[in-house]
Design a protein around this ligand. Structure first.
Ligand SMILES: [Zn+2]
Length: 287
C-alpha cells in the first residue's frame, strides 16, 4: 500500500500533469469504487477545474473549483490503486484493463486526455465532497497530523497515551498520518527501538528519536520518489527507495550495522522486520 512518500509522489505527478485542467466528463465502471453518493460524485466533478493535487495523510487530495463552489475529491489507493493517462473510452470494450473510473480532461492531446483510476483488487475508494461534506468527513476520519507538522511535545503525548505496541500505535492514522508498514519498520530500526515496545512506556528521548528518524527517512524517500515494492506507480513512474531499506523485506539478510540476521515476526497482524541485536525496548538515557 502506498505510504506517505509514495502518495506524495503520486500527488506531485498528478499536480504537474492535470493541475489546471477541467473535467469534461466522468465515467465509473465499478460503482463500489465511489464511496460517497455516486450521482453527486458525477454532479460535483463534471465541469470542475482541478486547482491542485496534494497529499493528506495517505490520501490523494484533488482540490477543484466546481460549478457551484469548491469541491474536493479524495482517493485512497489501498492495495492496488493507480492513476494513469490514456484515451477516453468510447465503448465498454475500450476501457483499459482493471480501470474503474475515468475523468476526461480538456486541453490534453486526444490519446492522453483521460485520467483513469485503475485498481486490480478494487479495495481503493474515491469520494467527492463540497466544503461542508468534506469537513464532516474529515472530522469522522480524525486523521492525526503529519510527522512533518507534528510538534515533539504533541508526538510524545500522542504515543504515550496509547496502550498498544509501538508498531501498531505508529500505524494508527489517528495518532500520526502517513506512516505504514514499510516506514514504521525502517523508522524503528533507525531509532534502535523494538516494534513490540509498549508505547505508553516510551520516554521523551525515545519519541524525539522516532520523530527525527521518521522525518529523515520520509524526506529521503520522497526525494527517491518512494519505494516500489509492489503496485505503486506515479504518472511519471515508480521510485527507488526500496534499495535503501535496511530491514523491510530483508528477513534473513545480515543487518547493515551488526550483521545479525534480520528477523521477521507478526506484530498486530502485520509482517514486521527488525534486528534482534540493534533494536531494544527503550533507549538508554542520553542516546
Ligand atoms: Zn543489527
Amino acid at each position: 500500500m502506498p505510504e506517505l512518500p509514495e502518495v506524495q509522489t503520486i500527488a506531485s505527478d498528478l499536480d504537474d500533469v492535470v493541475g489546471g485542467k477541467t473535467i469534461a466528463a466522468v465515467a465509473v465502471s465499478f460503482d463500489k469504487i465511489v464511496a460517497s453518493d455516486l450521482n453527486r460524485f458525477h454532479k460535483l466533478l463534471t465541469g470542475a477545474t482541478i486547482d491542485s493535487v496534494t497529499r493528506l495523510g495517505k490520501w490523494v487530495c484533488f482540490s477543484l473549483s466546481g460549478t457551484e463552489g469548491p469541491v474536493t475529491m479524495l482517493a485512497h489507493l489501498k492495495m492496488t490503486g493507480q492513476f494513469h493517462l490514456g484515451a477516453w473510452p468510447e465503448g465498454e470494450s475500450d476501457w483499459p484493463p482493471h480501470t474503474r473510473a475515468a475523468f476526461r480532461l480538456k486541453g490534453l492531446p486526444a490519446e492522453n486526455d483521460t485520467l483513469f483510476y485503475k485498481d486490480i483488487r478494487k479495495f481503493g475508494r474515491l469520494r467527492a465532497f463540497d466544503l461542508m461534506e468534506l469537513e464532516e468527513f474529515l472530522e469522522h476520519l480524525g486523521l492525526g497530523p503529519d510527522p512533518f507538522d507534528m510538534e515533539p511535545d504533541d508526538f510524545y503525548k500522542r504515543l504515550t497515551s496509547k496502550k498498544g505496541r509501538l508498531k501498531s500505535v505508529l500505524l494508527n492514522q489517528q495518532v500520526v498520518a502517513g506512516l505504514g508498514n514499510i516506514y514504521v519498520d525502517e523508522c524503528l530500526f533507525a531509532s534502535g527501538l523494538l516494534p513490540t515496545t509498549s508505547a505508553c512506556k516510551l520516554s521523551r528521548p525515545d519519541t524525539d528519536r522516532i520523530l527525527t528518524e521518521a522525518r529523515r527517512i520520509l524526506a529521503a524517500s520522497i526525494k527517491a520518489r518512494g519505494s516500489t515494492t509492489s503496485n505503486y506507480e506515479g504518472l511519471k513512474g515508480g521510485g527507488s527507495f526500496q534499495k535503501s531499506h535496511n530491514v523491510y523485506g530483508r528477513a534473513g539478510e545480515p543487518c547493515p550495522v551488526c550483521g545479525s540476521p534480520i528477523e521477521k515476526s507478526v506484530v498486530g497482524g502485520r509482517g514486521t522486520h527488525h534486528c534482534p541485536h540493534c533494536q531494544r525496548g527503550r533507549l538508554k538515557s542520553g542516546e
